[in-house]
Design a protein around this ligand. Sequence first.
Ligand code: COA
Length: 399
Amino acid sequence: MEADRNPIEIREGRGDADLRRFAEVDAESFAGHAATNMRWLAAAAPYAPLRLAVLEGEIVGGYMLLPVGQFFGGRSVPTQGVTAVAVHPAWRRRGVAGALMRDCVAFAREQGSALAPLHAATVRLYRRWGWEVGSQTLRQIVRTAALTGLSGSGRVRANPDRSAIEAMRRAHLRQWDGPLDRPDWYLSVEWDPGDPETLRFEYGWYEDDQLTGYVRYESERQAGGWIRLRVQEFIFTTLDALRGLLGFLGGQESQSSHVAFVHSAVVDASPLLWLLPEPHRDIEVQGFLCWMQRIVNIEQAMTARGWPARAAGRVELEVTDPVTGVERVVLEVEGRSARVTPGGSGQVRCGIGALSAWYSNALRAQDAVRLGLLEGEASAVSAMDGLVAGGLPWMPDFF
Ligand SMILES: CC(C)(COP(=O)(O)OP(=O)(O)OC[C@H]1O[C@@H](n2cnc3c(N)ncnc32)[C@H](O)[C@@H]1OP(=O)(O)O)[C@@H](O)C(=O)NCCC(=O)NCCS
């Protein structure tokens, strides 16, 4: 194979020339502009490792990692969010992306991380390398007029303090399985350096000077028509913040026909189902990219997460990983924490992807059996499901 004749080297990206070349590769891959890419690459450089693929002496692709946490069972697990995976069109179908993903697993692990989530434009590439679907991200499009009557006690204020936003998120989002535990720099990399032509707004909801909600959106006039609001983030910790922020968005009604909550910014079972009198007439749902999840270090993934208070039991796993091989471990859960020891009988057998989807509460082990993704005695499989029962998956962060 060509890839064997010309070994693909993966190395750290450093310096301006590397950033510039990757900005071009990324621009051509995503139909963007290299100048815009340089803005976020420069903003990310102090925090986020850039890994580049070199073939025949040329930079032909790469990816970036966002060092964050991810909430599971109420605790923040060390994570690398995988983003900007791109291979130049002239160098595709030679295994470069595969080499990047294998590097990603080893590198994320070396960084001390247990998990590596991503949003997949192509599921089969990532599935081949051990990622599995957590959910399809949803775009919930709501008639703006349906929101106008809503109000809450408190008020909006533009541009809330970033560390206050992250602190509110950390306290609130740990009740789901999957949301990012973001460092305070996160929005300065993922939001601020976007295309300067796009109108972007941020508002906080304050009750007695305390931040209880946050909305972040783009606003765009559609050719010859209405303004479309694209809500990228929508956090509410109280009913007043929910009703207040929705009513605030509804205030755009005279110019805007619809508000789109994109990338699963609201949880799939939308709070609007319980708030609006006729939700089925006012909400339309569309699917977009899949959130995919991957464990890169089984022991760390299991021991760093939280477990439900009543969960107790053990499962002997044989996990097949396309990058690191076959591993047998015994997982024991008790008193909200887990212990992992090497060995055991491998009574439950699965790929690392299925284990990652189960870990995320996205796929029950018993359903994975019916999908041909997991094997084991029925009693062992249901014991395994009992360990994480009650958690709800949600990936509200798009990166
Ligand atoms: C998605 C993307 C990163 C894939 O890059 P790539 O280097 O072509 O990926 P690979 O070569 O590892 O795999 C692509 C295919 O080539 C095949 N392939 C790998 N090595 C090969 C070889 N030596 N000879 C022939 N085919 C080969 C793979 O099996 C795979 O087959 P599939 O299409 O049946 O799945 C690239 O198309 C891209 O940058 N797209 C635009 C940006 C994007 O969508 N990025 C992903 C964001 S989540």
